[in-house]
Design a protein around this ligand. Sequence first.
Ligand SMILES: Nc1ncnc2c1ncn2[C@@H]1O[C@H](COP(=O)(O)OP(=O)(O)OP(=O)(O)O)[C@@H](O)[C@H]1O
Length: 275
Amino acid sequence: MTRTETGSLITTEVSTTETARTDMPDETVLRANGLDVYYGEDQALEDVTIEIPERKVTAIIGPSGCGKSTFLRSINRMNDQIDVCRVDGELTFQEKNIYDDDVDPVALRRKIGQVFQKPNPFPKSIRENVAYGLKVQGITENVDERVEEALRSAALWEEVSDQLDSSGLDLSGGQQQRLCIARAIAPDPEVLLMDEPTSALDPVAASKIEDLIADLAREYTVIIVTHNMQQAARISDKTAVFLTGGELVEYDETAKIFADPEHDRVEDYITGKFG
Ligand SMILES: Nc1ncnc2c1ncn2[C@@H]1O[C@H](COP(=O)(O)OP(=O)(O)OP(=O)(O)O)[C@@H](O)[C@H]1O
């Protein structure tokens, strides 16, 4: 498979939307319209319709099992790896349907990076961990510069610049998570998906990642799944509340959701009456 450095989603075409980031900072970057996701006979997401703005932090909240991770995995086609998983309806990234036959999932994941709950650096050096994100995407030029830039953007450079050849596993949990963020942003994606990125960290390390997320949103669209209501309220611009059955019940400015939600079920959830 050949692919251009500019990273079109489609194997054979060069994207024409590379400049959108600077020209239209508040545009919708991702759009779901009537999105259904099934695992075998079981429906995990039902008729989800949402528009996610570019370069903002969107929080996805809701009780366990309501489909938050399923939604995140749909966006970069990680669900492709689950045999029983089926996706219906429309899900577009920069107006291109993510599930079209001509979309290359590897190219898609260059544009839509992911950070997981538990920091998962490889048993390799700090430099190699970040460079891996580039290698997977076939980026071979200016690797050292890109590694430094990614580590700086992940607020880790000052702490590791003199130990780039040490193992990533020797870092603290919070540093490891920032290393994973550096790995995810090294190929310069448009969107960063974060699935409970601070839940395995102590409060100080978690707070550093929260500050970092605010900085990252100047350059990237951040979509974060969190169980931590205070965290969603602190760091996100918009909040989507999923409830049991995989239904998106309410989606609005975060301040509105937490101060004056439209739905009683959402109010009950965010005030801790269930979930
Ligand atoms: N690989 C899978 N195979 C079958 N069913 C799955 C799979 N992954 C998730 N599910 C089911 O889909 C539904 C939604 O799961 P999902 O993990 O998306 O929810 P969640 O809101 O992220 O939950 P949590 O907050 O507990 O992480 C659940 O009923 C879950 O059991």
